[in-house]
Design a protein around this ligand. Structure first.
Ligand SMILES: [Zn+2]
Length: 162
């Protein structure tokens, strides 16, 4: 993706209060991100690890979504799949994230839930740029997988906007 500026990121959020955006911490080493290998920018807030952010360039501009995740405290075993990139992980490396819906629905407490790679590094996993602990049954090319990821992202953003 084309690199984003800190300003673009802060202005992009569709489901977040101004105070939350103000409190947001940008990704560590923001200037050194591997933009050319990213389909979206996703990160956990270094100061509030239950908070995460996902920012994507779309046809009509930059869209940011604030996410929340809760640790269940229950021991979990086995493997899990990311809903966005379909990478298989140890179940603890996939997290259930909730996004508040945009607008009135969100103010009434409606959320959209989805399982995403816990570190939001989908783009790096599907390109083989970050190591995986679980064998993958995937034989599709990275380009094809990136295209599918982008389609699923668009679907997710539309659910938050709807
Ligand atoms: Zn993923």
């Amino acid at each position: 993706m084309q690199p984003l500026t800190a300003d673009e990121i802060r202005r992009s959020f569709i489901n977040s209060s101004k105070s939350l955006v103000k409190a947001m911490t940008l990704p560590p080493k923001f200037a050194e991100l591997p933009w050319e290998s990213l389909d979206y920018l996703g990160w956990r807030d270094p100061k509030a690890p239950n908070r995460a952010y996902l920012v994507v360039r779309r046809n009509d501009g930059v869209t940011g979504i604030a996410l929340n995740t809760q640790a269940t405290g229950k021991p979990r075993r086995g493997t899990g799949l990311c809903d966005l990139c379909h990478t298989a992980h140890q179940v603890t490396d996939v997290a259930l994230f909730a996004a508040r819906r945009a607008g009135a629905a969100g103010r009434e407490g409606n959320t959209v839930g989805t399982y995403i790679c816990a570190d939001l590094a989908c783009s790096l996993y599907l390109r083989g740029l970050r190591e995986l602990e679980v064998p993958q049954g995937e034989t599709t090319s990275p380009e094809e997988r990136a295209e599918r990821l982008n389609n699923r992202l668009e679907g997710f953003v539309n659910r938050v906007l709807a």
